[in-house]
Design a protein around this ligand. Structure first.
Ligand SMILES: NC(=O)c1ccc[n+]([C@@H]2O[C@H](COP(=O)([O-])OP(=O)(O)OC[C@H]3O[C@@H](n4cnc5c(N)ncnc54)[C@H](OP(=O)(O)O)[C@@H]3O)[C@@H](O)[C@H]2O)c1
Length: 324
């Protein structure tokens, strides 16, 4: 476990860095917001982009972040990013204003206890937000992340979800998009394992950027507030008890995620394998132990199969304007 004092010392040292550009996809609530607050508190003249749907929350957050640090610049991009075409529009806006991006921090998603909910682009909405949307943000903003790496500045992608599921369970490679085999369990397995594998591949291809897939622990964010269905009735009280017993407090969650997003411990060259800049983190900053299942997937080159599928989805939806 990384001691909270070490986390704070690392975060405090960020004040001496040149201004950072950080994109929070899901910055209007929860872990994204908690981390944006810590970024504003600990850096000088950051430019923070918040991407989300909720204009009312965004307006309050802009005032709050500026009150924390008056040198902070905050831009809100209002988009429903469960649609990849909206991801492209958001990225276009960022690319028109920035030459480099130092941090892409992604928490978009939600807890749901009902079945497949297909978007007009043919993907399940929750699965899209937990995987395809995030990969599309990376692929669109990678040139700006590379520019940050070239100027020897922080260049990092953080996806907050749960890498542990994908270390224990194997996706169904004959139905990666879960068109025919959707279940909440399969959705969690695919989003987790596909993120682990994609980050592994991306880190090998973009050696100046590091990719962190972080498990946040239980954080009281209000996520799940809109969950409906019989399962939700059962799950909500269980989640409430788990939260009360095991929760990471919001401020600490923000501090720990800022650490994951900026600490030199997770710089591209800091991995055990020097060619790898991908890290699977537990809530406390520990790198998760590899598993036989995770190792086997990489030995079989499954990251290529996952990325090929991801690019096929991008081609059909984003390049051809169709439906997957
Ligand atoms: N909290 C936990 O204990 C916990 C535990 C394990 C894993 N996780 C995972 O960690 C991630 C973050 O969780 P959280 O608790 O911070 O969630 P949260 O408080 O509900 O925040 C989710 C963020 O995603 C954005 N979002 C959701 N749907 C969107 C859409 N269609 N378009 C644009 N933005 C959208 C929301 O913004 P708008 O409402 O403005 O659109 C919000 O800013 C999630 O993927 C969650 O599954 C959380």
């Amino acid at each position: 476990m990384v001691a909270i004092e070490a986390v704070r010392a690392s975060n405090t040292s960020l004040k001496s860095l040149p201004p950072l550009v950080a994109v929070f996809v899901g910055g209007t609530s929860g872990i994204g917001l908690f981390t944006a607050r810590e970024l504003a508190r600990n850096t000088t003249s950051p430019h923070i982009y918040l991407v989300g749907r909720n204009q009312t929350e965004a307006s309050k957050i802009i005032d709050e972040l500026k009150a924390i640090n008056s040198s902070t610049q905050v831009s809100f991009i209002q988009k429903d990013v469960s649609l990849l075409k909206n991801v492209d529009e958001a990225c276009q806006e960022i690319k028109s204003k920035e030459k480099q991006v130092n941090l892409l921090f992604m928490t978009c998603g939600y807890f749901v206890f009902t079945g497949r909910d297909e978007t007009s682009e043919g993907l399940d909405k929750k699965f899209a937000l937990h995987y395809y949307t995030r990969m599309r943000f990376i692929s669109q903003l990678q040139p700006l992340l590379n520019a940050a790496a070239s100027s020897k500045s922080v260049s990092r992608v953080v996806g907050v979800l749960d890498p542990q599921i994908g270390l224990r369970l194997t996706p169904n490679f004959s139905d990666l998009s879960l068109k025919n085999t959707f279940s909440l369990k399969n959705c969690a397995t695919h989003a987790s394992a596909m993120t682990n594998l994609s980050f592994y591949k991306l880190a090998r291809e973009n050696t100046g950027t590091s990719y962190v897939h972080a498990y946040p622990g239980f954080v009281d964010t209000g996520a799940g507030r809109d969950a409906r269905g019989a399962l939700a009735l059962l799950a909500k009280p269980i989640m409430w008890v788990m939260l009360k017993m095991m929760q990471v407090m919001p401020a600490e969650s923000g501090e720990r995620h800022l650490y994951a997003a900026t600490s030199t411990s997770f710089a591209p060259q800091a991995g055990e394998d020097a060619a790898t800049g991908s890290f699977l983190l537990n809530w406390n900053g520990d790198v998760l132990a590899d598993t036989d299942k995770g190792r086997k997937l990489r030995e079989e080159g499954k990251e290529d199969a996952v990325w090929e599928h991801t690019e096929d989805v991008f081609k059909k939806i984003c390049a051809e304007g169709g439906k997957y």
